[in-house]
Design a protein around this ligand. Structure first.
Ligand SMILES: NC(=O)c1ccc[n+]([C@@H]2O[C@H](COP(=O)([O-])OP(=O)(O)OC[C@H]3O[C@@H](n4cnc5c(N)ncnc54)[C@H](OP(=O)(O)O)[C@@H]3O)[C@@H](O)[C@H]2O)c1
Length: 328
């Protein structure tokens, strides 16, 4: 039987990584393309998934048997706080249209992408898959988190009422090629890579916001891509799975900045602006369920993944998503 795998949000950080892995791993291998598969990667220019009619037309066109649903309105802290309602509504509309079109077109399986941001603000660490709904999310991403939580609610409801095979994945902080490297509205790694690149180019100091002490779990987008492909083929429960490196692989922001300085070859003045807020000190998530189900997984060492990302950014500077430059 042939399969059509539709990847929504297919031209973003995670979508591009899945496309890379599916096209570079050996055909027929655990993470490589199967001979009976057609992969389709779409972005908002193929269909605005907030719109039910455009969503339906996309499903009519490709008739997907499987969907990896990545499309989302995503953004940094500032944007999330300023546009709470937009983050709530746009993501609710996108998710509802994807899940309902999948139901109507009898799609055999859907994996939607959540985020560790959806977890409660006040919670006992480490985070695990049972704690998603056990308290309110942090105020700063109230809209985004509630919209994402609803996907888990819908997955259960579609299963109970219609027997649908819908599930969700919960990645920690992702980084890699094709990320958003905007200086103001990006995640910590791409933002710092861009800053350090400019500091080297302009001979100015490289200043990292905060003390550098907070700890985070980062996952390389190419590793995450393999985990999505594993879920697609080998995981059939409605319950979500956290896709992350282990708690013992948390790295400090200083370790991240050191690795960026080394990868860029920056030799100028490098400091921390301790007047800037640090955010939460750590919010570890457990990958026990993932590793137990998969029987182990070899993550790319952090420094190697970071170097590959920096090399990609430097090589693709003119076309990378860097916000200001594109606006100029
Ligand atoms: N990045 C992280 O650290 C992280 C961590 C945890 C979870 N996640 C989740 O991972 C998923 C992918 O994130 P990402 O980092 O790859 O994001 P990204 O690079 O910003 O890509 C987002 C994708 O969604 C598409 N999209 C946005 N609005 C759309 C709409 N109205 N209709 C159709 N498509 C739309 C975008 O299309 P265009 O290309 O046309 O703009 C783009 O392809 C998201 O669900 C996100 O919540 C990300």
């Amino acid at each position: 039987m042939s399969s059509v795998i539709l990847v929504t949000g297919g031209r973003g950080l995670v979508g591009k990584a899945i496309e890379h892995i599916i096209n570079t791993e050996p055909v027929g291998s655990r993470f490589g393309k199967k001979s009976n598969e057609t992969w389709v990667f779409v972005s908002s220019s193929d269909a605005d998934l907030r719109d039910p009619e455009q969503s339906r037309q996309l499903y009519e066109k490709y008739k997907p048997t499987h969907v990896i649903h990545l499309a989302a309105l995503v953004g940094g802290l500032f944007k999330n706080m300023k546009y709470k309602l937009t983050f709530l509504r746009d993501n609710m509309l996108i998710n509802d249209n994807v899940l309902h079109s999948s139901y109507e077109h009898k799609t055999q399986k859907v994996i939607s992408c959540l985020s560790t941001c959806v977890f409660p603000d006040k919670v006992e660490y480490p985070l695990d898959e049972t704690k998603i709904h056990s308290g309110l999310p942090h105020e700063s991403n109230f809209g985004y988190a509630h919209a994402k939580r609803l996907v888990d609610v819908q997955n259960h409801a579609y299963k109970e009422q219609f027997g649908c095979n819908f599930t969700s994945a919960i990645p920690t902080n992702v980084f890699g090629p094709h990320d958003n490297f905007d200086l103001e509205d990006s995640h910590v790694i791409p933002g710092l890579i861009h800053k350090c690149y400019l500091a080297k180019k302009n001979g100015t100091p490289f200043v990292v916001s905060g003390t550098g002490k907070p700890l985070r779990q980062f996952i390389y987008s190419y590793d995450l891509a393999k985990l999505f492909i594993w879920m697609l083929r080998e995981y059939d429960s409605v319950e979500p799975v956290i896709l992350s490196v282990g708690e013992e692989e948390e790295v400090s922001i200083k370790t991240v900045a050191d690795a960026i300085v080394k990868a860029i070859g920056f030799e100028g003045n490098y400091t921390f602006d301790t007047s800037k807020a640090d955010g939460q000190f750590r919010k570890p998530a457990s990958n026990k369920k993932l590793l137990t189900l998969m029987g182990g997984f070899q993550f790319t060492p952090f420094e190697q993944a970071l170097k590959e990302t920096v090399d990609w950014f430097v090589k693709n500077y003119d076309n990378a998503r860097t916000g200001k430059k594109q606006a100029a």
